[in-house]
Ligand binder design. Structure first.
Ligand SMILES: *[C@@H]1O[C@H](CO)[C@@H](O)[C@H](O)[C@H]1NC(C)=O
Ligand SMILES: *[C@@H]1O[C@H](CO)[C@@H](O)[C@H](O)[C@H]1NC(C)=O
Length: 312
């Protein structure tokens, strides 16, 4: 199941209209930037977590005991957060989360299993098993359990396994890995399924259907999706997300969404999408891509105009 970009584009193109072809070129442009950031994020996180796990046996910072005893305003009910706040942060650098608050975001994740530094009080950190490669699976049980012990109520499994430049796993491979590494945590935390892209077959929902077909005795409490397109194409996002949620009939988390376009288009888009996602029952959580300098925050960590829109 390896696809070159060209083949994927071609397949998507053949499957769709001219409008969809425009989606693809946007998706591609955006994915290049995204892949780069997440690769550096994931590997940075991984080396941090290795060092931290070796040194202390726990991935949490020294602030963890205080945080454990704090009342958790973001405690989870079902497949969403009891605070009612669906909004979250995706980050590589925890210091860039510090000027957000638990009144604005319920959760934060970094595609990794641990983080260094601190995230705002009462914001739930959610670890992810990025793929089934040894470098991630070898530390997963320890890190996932440590997060649960610290109050984390969700675990995420696999980042864009349907994309060859991301976790790149076949549905069958992912089902086996889920059974081995994620399933032992069923009932201890809510399990957030593989985060698929909005690519056409064999990616996206096609990949997910085959995963589900291979994972019939797997516990998947939440389905996770990513979506990228043009900021002027809100209708596409809305129909994709609402169709997904109603098709799969399980709470959906939009763990990454982003858009190409001018600053003002993106500003309008994000404001509209936040209202839309907040009001859509099938969606339990969402995270804009991403909490980084020049996007949600300035270099001193203060919130940008875009972030003000995101959290308002
Ligand atoms: C876990 O510990 C960190 C500090 O290390 C804290 O900021 C966080 O709120 C704690 N709780 C959860 C649910 O992540
Ligand atoms: C299991 O996954 C493979 C690809 O990895 C796919 O070909 C097959 O159809 C899937 N099985 C089911 C029952 O969906």
């Amino acid at each position: 199941m390896k696809y070159t970009s060209t083949l994927v584009s071609l397949a998507l193109l053949l499957a769709g209209s001219v409008v969809e072809a425009a989606h693809i070129s946007n998706l591609h442009t955006l994915k290049q930037a995204q892949v780069h950031k997440r690769r550096s994020g994931a590997s940075a996180t991984y080396s941090v977590s290795t060092a931290s796990a070796t040194a202390t046996g726990t991935p949490t910072s020294s602030a963890s005991s205080a945080a454990v005893s704090a009342t958790s305003s973001s405690s989870a009910s079902g497949a969403s957060f009891s605070s009612g706040i669906k909004r979250g942060l995706s980050f590589n650098d925890a210091s860039l989360t510090e000027q957000f608050s638990a009144e604005q975001v319920s959760f934060a994740y970094n595609w990794g299993q641990t983080y260094s530094g601190s995230i705002p009080e009462n914001v739930m950190y959610i670890p992810m098993l990025w793929s089934d490669s040894d470098s991630f699976t070898s530390t997963w049980s320890t890190n996932a359990q440590a997060a649960i012990d610290n109050g984390t109520e969700f675990l995420m499994g696999f980042n864009e396994p349907d994309l060859n430049t991301q976790a790149n796993m076949t549905p069958e491979q992912a089902a086996q890995a889920w059974t081995t590494y994620m399933e032992p945590f069923a009932g201890k935390a809510k399990l957030v399924g593989p985060a698929i892209t909005n690519g056409g077959a064999p990616m996206g929902e096609t990949w997910l259907n085959e995963f589900i077909g291979n994972c019939t005795s797997c516990t998947i409490d939440v389905y996770a999706i990513h979506i990228y397109d043009s900021a002027t194409n809100e209708a596409y996002y809305k129909s994709y997300i609402s169709d997904f949620a109603s098709t799969y009939g399980k709470t959906t988390w939009v763990t990454e969404f982003g858009a190409t376009g001018s600053d003002s288009d993106i500003q309008t888009f994000l404001g509209d999408m936040v209202s839309y996602l907040d009001g859509l029952d099938g969606v339990g959580a969402y995270a804009w891509f991403m909490d980084e300098v020049g996007n949600l925050v300035n270099s001193d960590g203060s919130l940008t105009t875009l972030a003000e829109t995101y959290v308002s």
